[in-house]
Design a protein around this ligand. Sequence first.
Ligand code: CA
Length: 226
Amino acid sequence: MRVLVVEDEPRMSTLLERGFREEGYAVDVAADGPGGLWLATENAYDAVVLDAMLPGLDGFEVCRRLRGAERWAPVILLTALDGVEDRVRGLDAGADDYLTKPFSFAELAARVRALVRRRSGARPAVLMVGDLRLDPALHRAWRGDVEIGLSPKEMALLELLMRHHGEVVTRSQILDHVWDFAYGGTSNVVDQYIGYLRKKVARPFGRDDIETVRGVGYRLRDPVPG
Ligand code: CA
């Protein structure tokens, strides 16, 4: 999952960035309205956390222009004012949800997870593909009854493959959703992490269900029925 945080208060921004990274998300940060609008227009984010009061363009306007440009990433608006008017304005500008400051990071993270689920139709809170199970809220994964210890990036990569099980996920899709702008390396990192995943979730269980699609990317194979 890749998240954009648009927030001008450095302390809040750092807090959110750190929080999402600890959740295993890729995070980009903008400190003003125009910067946020540009990033959100150029990249496919899984969620945008948008402060209402921003220099340059306020959050309402950023959201309105984003929707005007047909960018549909889920937006959570952060408002400092506990006013009904502000919330109505935000939702009418195209925001999907709002949170009033001060809020707990745990609640923001849960709302982001809910938005990501809602966006792709009927999606269970716990992902299951065959005997693989992953709980994004708890950051835990299992093969059958055996829990698998994964690093945050490995967890994010497995989550992406599970959300698209049976489909090819390209290297650039993986880079876009699991890594962020701060990452300056090459796409070799994707192959490297696929290797780590296979070592943890496939090989010890005698499986080979993370398939390489030569020249394109990877696919988590659907389980064969029976
Ligand atoms: Ca602000």
